[in-house]
Design a protein around this ligand. Structure first.
Ligand SMILES: NC(=O)C1=CN([C@@H]2O[C@H](COP(=O)(O)OP(=O)(O)OC[C@H]3O[C@@H](n4cnc5c(N)ncnc54)[C@H](OP(=O)(O)O)[C@@H]3O)[C@@H](O)[C@H]2O)[C@@H](O)CC1
Ligand SMILES: [K+]
Length: 246
């Protein structure tokens, strides 16, 4: 069944597989740029902007909890947390493994700490009062049913009343087929990056948004996404809905 997404300006997007998304990321990181630091910063900045949009006038009184894995997804969540902490919003964070962060993700953590981010343990009652949870535990590199600390954070998030915003894909959901081998985050919103993936199903993503990573159009074509033109126009964040099935 051919699934398509449409923007609020009528631009239709056919979702891509994780393999094509990885190739887009690889070509950008290894050849054209943006490099991984820049891509993660763009991802996190878009996530911070979407969070502020969702909180609207409540943002100055809001509390944020960032749940971060050790990979690229985690880095984007920590980056968003820093942008929010920079504005004086109390931001707490919980990591799946503080000792196994990738270099770029560790750099984003350093920035969040410099901006006043507070580390909390899973289940921390104060952190549990957050108004928004940024779900950056696992992105498109999910390998089987979430286990260990990742599973613990997913289940903690699902038990909390806060609205959940998932980065790229709700943690625990397979970005190719939309399945969930085990626990997964019940997202209220998902900010997917660069281009929608085939595993994004509305019942799991909640309100879906697309964020611009600043990747040159030629890269999409080289990775197999023919006739790419930017869907963003004058914006960096655009809402996506699934086109009705004909
Ligand atoms: N790469 C790029 O160019 C760009 C990437 N970007 C972003 O990064 C994402 C891809 O990043 P990625 O490939 O680093 O992996 P990612 O999705 O963060 O997952 C790894 C983490 O998940 C964990 N984990 C996995 N399965 C698990 C399980 N079953 N049970 C438990 N844990 C499990 C795994 O733990 P580990 O296996 O290491 O113990 C590790 O912590 C992508 O979705 C996008 O958001 C963008 O910013 C643009 C540029
Ligand atoms: K995620």
């Amino acid at each position: 069944m051919l699934r398509r997404f449409i923007t609020d300006t009528g631009y239709e997007l056919e979702p891509i597989s994780v393999a094509v998304m990885r190739e887009i990321d690889r070509l950008a990181v290894e050849e054209t740029g943006p490099n991984l630091f820049q891509m993660m910063e763009n991802a996190g900045r878009n996530l911070a902007e979407l969070t502020l949009k969702i909180l609207s006038g409540e943002w100055p009184q809001s509390r944020i909890l960032v749940l971060a894995g050790t990979g690229g997804n985690g880095g984007g969540g920590l980056c968003a947390g820093r942008h929010l902490a920079n504005r004086g919003i109390p931001v707490s964070y919980c990591l799946t493994d503080a000792h196994a962060l990738s270099g770029v993700t560790a750099w984003q953590l350093k920035l969040l700490v410099a901006a006043g981010g507070q580390e909390v343990a899973p289940g921390d009652p104060e952190a549990g009062k957050a108004d928004i949870i940024l779900d950056a535990v696992i992105g498109y590199s999910l390998k089987g049913a979430p286990s260990g600390r990742a599973k613990e954070l997913i289940e903690w998030a699902n038990a909390l009343p806060a609205r959940k915003i998932s980065l790229d894909i709700p943690s625990g959901v397979d970005a190719d087929n939309g399945g969930s081998p085990g626990a997964y985050v019940r997202a209220d919103y998902t900010l997917t990056l660069a281009w929608p993936k085939t595993g994004l199903t509305p019942e799991k993503t909640g309100n879906l948004w697309l964020g611009d990573l600043g990747i040159p159009p030629s890269v999409y074509g080289r990775a197999g996404l023919a006739n790419y033109t930017s869907p963003f126009n004058h914006r960096y964040l655009i809402p996506l809905t699934e086109t009705p099935q004909v």
